[in-house]
Each structure stands twice: as structure tokens, then as C-alpha cells.
Design a protein around this ligand. Sequence first.
Ligand code: SAH
Length: 250
Amino acid sequence: MTGWVVIIGLGPGADGLITPDAQAAIAAATDIVGYIPYVRRITPRDGLVLHESDNRVEMERATHALQMADDGRRIVVVSSGDPGVFAMASAVFEAVEAGPADWCNLDIRVIPGITAMLAAAAAAGAPLGHDFCAINLSDNLKPWSLIETRLRLAAEADFAMAFYNPRSRSRPDGFGRTLAILRECCEPGRVIIFARAVSTPDQTLRVTTLDDATPEMADMRTIVLVGSSLTRAIARDGAPFVYTPRSVAQ
Ligand code: SAH
């Protein structure tokens, strides 16, 4: 039996946002590998082995997946959202490069998923409708100085921005520093969206301005979207529609 590794994303939470291709990979798998809360989203069935692991052990998890595929098993590695966005797909390829030479001939595929940034943008309107960038605010895997450089340059280039991993118990201060940098670079009325637990029953969406934003508005279940200077909020009953126009004056 020829083994394989398919790396999938389960989307931001709602079952309707899991793609049919990701579901087909789960149906064909012998083993599911991933971070505990993501593996728990998979319905158990006879013949399917669930391997849960803690966060921060991505390389061990990826290596284990490749070893099992090499032994002929059919492995699905699960991430949330999209597996290529701050998630397991890169870890698997890092493990391929670090492993035995013939691992690069294994059948390894990545199936795209709906990333949190896109689900949050859709919930708010179209804030990412013009040029934008995505920044992971965690400094676990890169120096804080690089995050700061990227924030300043993204603001200077007038990108809309999506911030993943904005704030956690182990990193309580970084997001306050992020807001301070943005206040140096952007006007106080700049639109900011705090989208929490998007597409789950706990979803909340808060649309505010840079002036009124506070660090406590973000946690690890929140994605933060910052508009460009052209991003607009259309006031209405309830949450406004937020969008970025398609064009910039020439
Ligand atoms: N691969 C994932 C991102 C993993 S990083 C993806 O493509 O979405 C984890 C971060 O993603 C969280 O800290 C949060 O910023 C964001 N995130 C994931 N799911 C989310 C959701 N349902 N609502 C809001 N943010 C979410």
C-alpha cells in the first residue's frame, strides 16, 4: 500500500466552511495528526486513528506523519483555517528537508482551506478588497524587531493588514506595542475590526477606530483587521458594513 500525507485546513470553525476536498481526504485517511483542539473536530470512525499533540511540537508531529506515510499509512495533517497560513504545511516541508533524502519522493499534498482573515473580512463586508498583507504577531518563531519593521513598512505602504495571533497569556504586551506603532504611523480614525471566533456560535465582531482600540479587545481567538487609509464604514442599524474601495486615485 502506498502511503501519503495530505495537509488540510478545517476552516475557521463552521462545518460549512470545510471544503469538500478536505472532507474527502479525511474520509480516505487511516490516521489524523494535529493539535488537540483541531483533531477533536474530526468525527471518530472505525479504522481511523487520531493522534493528538500539544502546540509547539509541530516538527515532531510533522516527522511522525511522514514516518507513518513512509510505512504505507494514509495521513491527514489538520490545521485550522488554511494549512499554509501560519500552520502545518510549512512544518511538514521543513521536516521533509530535515529527514531522509527519499522523503521528498513521498506523495505529499496540500489542500487549501478558508483562512481566518478571509472569514473575518467576509463577516465585516470587504475590508480586504484592495491590497493587503497578513502578519503573525507572535514572536515565538521570529524576533520582535522584525514584526515592528513589517508593521511600520506595511503602514507606510498603506496596506490593509490582518494580524494573526495578536495576543496571548504568554505574550500579553505585544499587541499594546502594535497599537502604539500604528498610532505613530496612521490617522486616529483608521478603521480596526476585532473579529473573534468567526463562524462559530461564539462569534463577535467589533468595529472601532485606532483611537478607541485597546489591547484587551484581542485574544488568541481574535483576528484583527486594520483598514488602509481608504477603508470606510457604512453606518447602519447594527454593525456597519466595512469595505475598502477597489481603486486608489491616480
Ligand atoms: N491556519 C490558521 C491560522 C492559525 S494561527 C488560518 O488559516 O486561519 C491562529 C490564529 O488564527 C488565532 O490566534 C487567530 O488570530 C486566528 N484565528 C483562527 N481561527 C479564528 C476564528 N475562527 N476567528 C478569529 N480568528 C481566528
